[in-house]
Unconditional design. Structure first.
Length: 295
């Protein structure tokens, strides 16, 4: 990556996303630009200004309002970066809708799926084509994103699926939740499991198509598991936080992958945790009483 680089993180005004921006701003160069994006103008402005004034910050940091459920805005921002900068070098799709333990998962399904899944599809479709050589397109998923976490009756929907097929599977799941038929079809009540499997499947679908070309020019597309991170979203789900890492620490491990000079072909298109691949077929369906936000 010669010349100034452009990085962008979604859902970045707090939690892991903010720590990713802070880490990028500290580790990138003074003429590089890090776009801190989020859905609320005030929260975005405050977080961008706070990051810009951190002692370790080297790169320029700008806030940009981006509600990831507005797929036209996602496409517009990608096109704008292509027009103004010739593309983008680092994109991290990180946003998630916060669910609390007492809430009905079904009642929050639309928002959750829109923020995690429809938005991931939009980011892959819009930013994939404007990624510059040696670029990085990363989706923050979770260790729950391996296929084995789903009931075997659902595996065919995601295994070897194209992005259109993943999108179809997600919409089938959404519809089953609306109709109250999701559990009998094998979908877990906990939204985070199918959502994360679908994110990893979407990345795999795009990676299969681009692999040869991307590896030739040093580009990486992957999903990542950040491990258990102590954030406002994860905190209500754990009685014991001792295994959760501060966001800055979790972000640093993700950024080691993002900022590595060379792409390891073994990691390309895969779900990566702490530099290692989590095999796609691993995992077992969670029992409902499990605290399944576990990374
Ligand atoms: N925390 C963990 O232990 C853990 C473990 C495994 C994976 N992860 C993954 O890590 C990522 C970050 O999680 P986190 O714990 O850092 O969550 P978090 O602290 O709740 O942050 C989520 C961010 O997403 C934003 N967001 C929500 N809806 C949005 C929308 N429509 N458009 C744009 N941004 C939106 C939120 O903005 P507002 O401030 O406006 O709400 C917030 O900035 C997620 O993908 C999560 O699944 C986390």
């Amino acid at each position: 990556m010669n010349g100034p680089r452009i990085a962008l993180v979604t859902g970045a005004n707090q939690g892991l996303g903010r720590a990713l921006v802070e880490g990028l701003a500290a580790r990138m160069n003074p003429d590089d630009l890090v776009l801190l994006t989020g859905r609320d103008r005030r929260r975005v402005t405050d977080a961008a200004s706070g990051t810009a004034h951190l002692p370790g910050t080297r790169a320029r940091v700008e806030g940009h309002v981006l509600d990831v459920t507005d797929t036209d805005s996602v496409a517009h921002l990608a096109e704008d970066l292509r027009a103004r900068h010739g593309g983008v070098d680092i994109v991290i799709s990180n946003a998630v809708a916060r669910l609390l333990p007492g809430e009905s998962q079904a009642a929050r399904a639309d928002e959750f799926i829109d923020v995690s899944n429809s938005a991931t599809h939009a980011v892959l479709r819009s930013f994939g084509p404007v990624l510059r050589p040696r670029g990085r397109l990363i989706v923050v998923a979770s260790s729950l994103g391996t296929l084995g976490h789903l009931d075997p009756r659902l595996h065919h929907l995601f295994d070897g699926a194209s992005l259109d097929q993943v999108e179809y599977a997600v919409e089938s799941w959404r519809s089953a939740v609306h109709h109250g038929t999701a559990e009998e079809a094998g979908w877990p009540r906990w939204l985070n499991v199918p959502s994360k499997v679908a994110q990893v499947a979407a990345v795999r679908a795009v990676a299969v198509e681009r692999r040869e070309h991307d590896l030739a020019d040093g580009t990486l597309i992957a999903s990542v598991c950040p491990g258990m991170v102590d954030t406002a979203t994860s905190r209500p789900w754990f009685s014991d936080h001792s295994g959760a890492r501060p966001p800055a620490e979790a972000a640093a491990a993700v950024l080691d992958l993002v900022l590595a000079d060379h792409v390891d072909p073994a990691l390309y298109g895969e779900l990566v945790r702490f530099g290692k691949v989590l095999p796609w077929h691993d995992g077992t369906p969670p029992v409902e009483q499990d605290r399944i936000l576990t990374p």
